[in-house]
Design a protein around this ligand. Sequence first.
Ligand SMILES: Cc1cc2nc3c(=O)[nH]c(=O)nc-3n(C[C@H](O)[C@H](O)[C@H](O)COP(=O)(O)OP(=O)(O)OC[C@H]3O[C@@H](n4cnc5c(N)ncnc54)[C@H](O)[C@@H]3O)c2cc1C
Length: 202
Amino acid sequence: MTQILENVNLKHLNTFGIEAFGKYYAELNSINDLQELIQKKFFVNSDKLIVGGGSNMLFTKNFEGIVLKNNLKGIKVVKEDAEFVEVQSAAGEVWHDFVMWCIDKNYGGLENLSLIPGCVGASPMQNIGAYGVEIKDVFSELEAIEIETGKSRIFNKAQCKFGYRESVFKHELKNKFIITAVTFRLSKNQSSTHLTALLVPN
Ligand SMILES: Cc1cc2nc3c(=O)[nH]c(=O)nc-3n(C[C@H](O)[C@H](O)[C@H](O)COP(=O)(O)OP(=O)(O)OC[C@H]3O[C@@H](n4cnc5c(N)ncnc54)[C@H](O)[C@@H]3O)c2cc1C
């Protein structure tokens, strides 16, 4: 069972370094940690805040609910053929490290998105993008756990309703799901245009 701490300073969890306190705080190191919290009805009648890298949040006051720090780790190839590879990353992986892992393997498609701060699990939230590329261009699917029921669900691209810095998770499904893993369909034949954009920023 993950430890639940009380009155935790969130300063180290947001890149602005703002001092704000979370009434409750827990770290998710496995899906089991999350399922245990759900089964014990820890989220019932409690506000929830899922934190990845904390680079897209601004605390203006203390948070009077439970803060969940997503530490889920792991990157693996789940499918491949001669041209494409599908790579799944757990939500708590640092985004840039994941991009570098793909580049290192010569899997193309995410390189324009290197250096964007944050974790993989937050990337579908706002369909992160840079230099004319958005994750929706190479997104395959994501896995998420419904907070109310603990049920696992797969979302394909259409179900995520991606738009410019938008997704369904910022609107009708806001605070309803915790994204646990994201899968991208990448090219095995690295495109040189992507690399040019990376080297010559505009
Ligand atoms: C200097 C700087 C440069 C940036 N450049 C870009 C850029 O070029 N392009 C771009 O698109 N963005 C950019 N951003 C924005 C930021 O990098 C992205 O929004 C990133 O995806 C945030 O990731 P995070 O892990 O820090 O999210 P957090 O700040 O931790 O969380 C952001 C939101 O997602 C939710 N969330 C986080 N993880 C999960 C999860 N596993 N399941 C469900 N909800 C979750 C949180 O509750 C919160 O609502 C930049 C930010 C900074 C500070």
